[in-house]
Design a protein around this ligand. Structure first.
Ligand SMILES: Cc1cc2nc3c(=O)[nH]c(=O)nc-3n(C[C@H](O)[C@H](O)[C@H](O)COP(=O)(O)OP(=O)(O)OC[C@H]3O[C@@H](n4cnc5c(N)ncnc54)[C@H](O)[C@@H]3O)c2cc1C
Length: 640
């Protein structure tokens, strides 16, 4: 059974991080040069970590499967990044950001982690502004803010609808500086396919060069995974097509616990699915809900009319009606379920009936078309590119879609997994968002982890490891892990079945969305737990992976990733089945209040579920870490 010690420092909540930093062990500058660190991933979390650790003097090897760190999925982030700067004087504070995040996560995250996140949020903005990130500014020169869901203050910093791209350019510049200075060795188009554990500690990785097919071993004093989220287990999602779970899944199979895999975020404002051959879905940023108003016709018979034909009196602005305090800025889980409810009632817009309107008519009257264009122009362009409709003239049609995974590898307060020496950052860990992430908090967490947390906590760990004590890559554990990878590649190529990889991914996605999506039931999850292993069996009999292993082979890459999704999907459903409550993004139909809101069971489920691999074909072990609330009283979330 895994040891899950959260290592939350003692003392008052607001002092914990400061005191912990003061108490942690240090590595002297001359010794830092003797440690080699592996960072897998160079999205916001990985690039910020690799750059900062190299600036500190560590030798860093940074691996990405992309052809450049600039292609990490972080680049897609549109809306913004939260920070408790209170530039608006609208009552924000570190405490309020902490409180909103805990409440937004439906009381399923750790108080101490979330408080630290709120504290360092202010440093992130300073650091990024100093790097030259072109945040929007007010007329007086201060950085501008807008609102995101689940908050009544404006604390979201943004760079039009391209915040992730601009932040990533900042982190990439910092990383490039260190590549140039020799502190970071960058390996692009290099996919980590196994974690190497020696004597119970993470000591290295096995990597496949995606261009030559070459397989190599890399040893280190510590391994950091910053490999993003696993939402593509649903096939259709707002993630970049390449985002995958392979790094965390293979680490799980080497002993790292996977926490709360069922906590999936379904974002309310995405362009609806249009057909079976679609490969991804597109987000329409939550920032649009600052000015756009969401509605459906009051009467079912109006749902196929053009929106202009539905008079004002016949429109149901259901979020404003149901949640008057937060209105269109209700948190994502709540806004998504409300959209599902009105569509299930038969009032959904469009042919499929799976759509609601996001209407800028009022905003255009108030701000003028130019004003709306200035705030959201690129998002309107994206919408036009995909639908061939102008949202300046007619409301956008949107529907919820998979967008983020709150679950991930379990980490303690120091961001170390239960495997000593394995650290996990950004979306790949489970740390801060509980059962529902608030908008604009993922970028904040990724950069907090990379710029401000890991540089301290990794030193505390390394100080306990003798410099230069990392094993040689000739150690038997490296040999075994490499054979494991070679065996998997050979096995996939040898099947020579009839169906392409995408066939299985689509079918898995359908099972996941229908049985473990926005609403989950015991019967549905039990059905999924039968269908997924059967589909996995079919995959291993009948998948067709053309080409060879010793060359660029994208079918082979995606086959490995889908093989992992076919296992992870099962764990996700098992986690959803065993969590007999509703909380945040995890909505079990059996557990709801009469008005359809989530009914938590704090007595039985106020804990993290951290799953431990027990071997192929064996049921994984469900470990728990209790969640203790001292500063915040657990209550029923109310956004009314
Ligand atoms: C469309 C969209 C818009 C969003 N907008 C916002 C927003 O406005 N605000 C906000 O806070 N959040 C937003 N998010 C969420 C946020 O963008 C992500 O959670 C965040 O960027 C994840 O960053 P990361 O560094 O953890 O991972 P990623 O950016 O996904 O980076 C993962 C890295 O790991 C590498 N990698 C992965 N697996 C391997 C492997 N096996 N071997 C080698 N390398 C590997 C990849 O190459 C990549 O470099 C949005 C998400 C989407 C989908």
């Amino acid at each position: 059974m895994a040891q899950l010690d959260s290592k939350i420092p003692p003392g008052p909540l607001a002092d914990k991080w400061r005191r912990h930093k003061a108490d942690m062990k240090l590595v002297n500058p001359a010794n830092k040069r003797k440690y080699e660190l592996i960072v897998v991933g160079a999205g916001l979390a990985g690039a910020s970590a690799a750059a900062t650790l190299a600036e500190l003097g560590y030798q860093v090897k940074n691996f990405v499967f992309h052809d450049s760190p600039r292609r990490a999925h972080s680049i897609a982030a549109q809306g913004g990044i939260n920070a408790a700067k209170n530039y608006q004087n609208d009552g924000d504070s570190v405490h309020r950001l902490f409180y909103d995040t805990i409440k937004g996560g439906d009381y399923r995250s750790r108080e101490a982690n979330v408080h630290r996140l709120a504290e360092v949020s202010v440093n992130i903005i300073d650091q990024c502004a100093a790097q030259g990130v072109p945040f929007a500014r007010e007329y007086g020169g201060l950085l501008a803010n807008r609102s995101f869901g689940g908050a009544q203050v404006s604390r979201t910093f943004y760079a039009r609808g391209q915040t992730g791209q601009q932040l990533l350019l900042g982190a990439y510049s910092a990383l490039s500086r260190m590549v140039g200075a020799g502190g970071v060795q960058l390996f692009t188009q290099s996919e980590m396919l196994d974690l190497v554990v020696v004597g119970g500690q993470a000591r290295g990785i096995i990597v496949r060069d995606l261009v030559t097919g070459g397989i190599s071993r890399h040893a280190a004093d510590a391994v950091i995974l910053a490999t993003g989220g696993y939402g593509n287990v649903f096939n259709l999602s707002t993630y970049a097509r390449g985002s995958n779970a392979t790094a965390i899944w293979r680490a799980y199979k080497r002993g790292a616990c996977l926490a709360n895999p069922c906590y999936t975020q379904i974002h309310p404002t995405c362009i609806p699915v249009t057909g079976d051959y679609q490969s991804k879905l597109t987000l329409m940023s939550e920032s649009l809900r600052n000015d756009g108003r969401i509605w459906v016709p009051k009467k079912k018979e109006d749902r196929l009319k053009s929106p202009a034909e539905v008079p004002e009196a016949d429109r149901d602005y259901y979020l404003e009606r149901m949640y008057p305090s937060f209105g269109n800025l209700a948190p994502r889980d709540i806004a998504s379920r409300a959209a599902k409810r009105v569509c299930d009632e038969g009032r959904g817009a469009g042919e499929s009936g799976l759509g609601v309107y996001l209407d800028f008519g009022d905003a255009i009257k108030r701000l003028g078309e130019a004003g709306v264009r200035e705030r959201y122009g690129n998002l309107f362009d994206i919408y036009h590119e995909i639908t061939n409709e102008s949202a300046y003239q007619t409301p956008m049609r949107i529907y919820p879609a998979v967008h983020y995974t709150m679950g991930g590898l379990w980490v303690d307060y120091n961001l170390m997994s239960n495997l000593p020496g394995l650290f996990v950052l950004g979306e790949a860990n489970f740390s801060d968002h509980g059962a529902n992430r608030l908008g604009a908090s993922a970028l904040m967490q990724g950069l907090a982890d990379g710029y401000f947390v890991i540089p301290y906590t990794i030193g505390d760990y390394l100080a306990t490891q003798k410099p230069g004590s990392r094993p040689s890559t000739d150690a038997p554990e490296f040999k075994q892990a490499e054979e494991n990878v070679r065996g998997l590649v050979a096995r996939l190529l040898a099947i020579k079945g009839r169906e392409p990889v995408s066939h299985f991914h689509k079918r898995l996605g359908k099972i996941m969305w229908e049985l473990c999506g926005m609403a989950r039931t015991k019967a549905g999850l039990e059905k999924a737990l039968k269908e997924i292993p059967a589909l996995r069996g079919e995959f291993w009999q009948n998948v067709n992976v053309p080409g060879a292993g010793g060359t660029l082979n994208q079918s082979l890459e995606s086959a490995g990733r889908v093989a992992d999704f076919l296992e992870l999907g099962e764990l996700l459903c098992l986690d959803a089945l065993e969590r007999e409550e509703s909380c945040g993004g995890h909505f079990r139909e059996e557990h709801q209040y009469p008005d359809g809101e989530c009914k938590r069971d704090d007595e039985k489920f106020a804990h993290v579920a951290a799953w431990e691999f027990q071997g192929e074909g064996k049921k994984p072990l469900r470990n728990t870490e209790p969640l203790n609330y001292e500063a915040v009283k657990m209550s029923v979330r109310n956004y009314k």
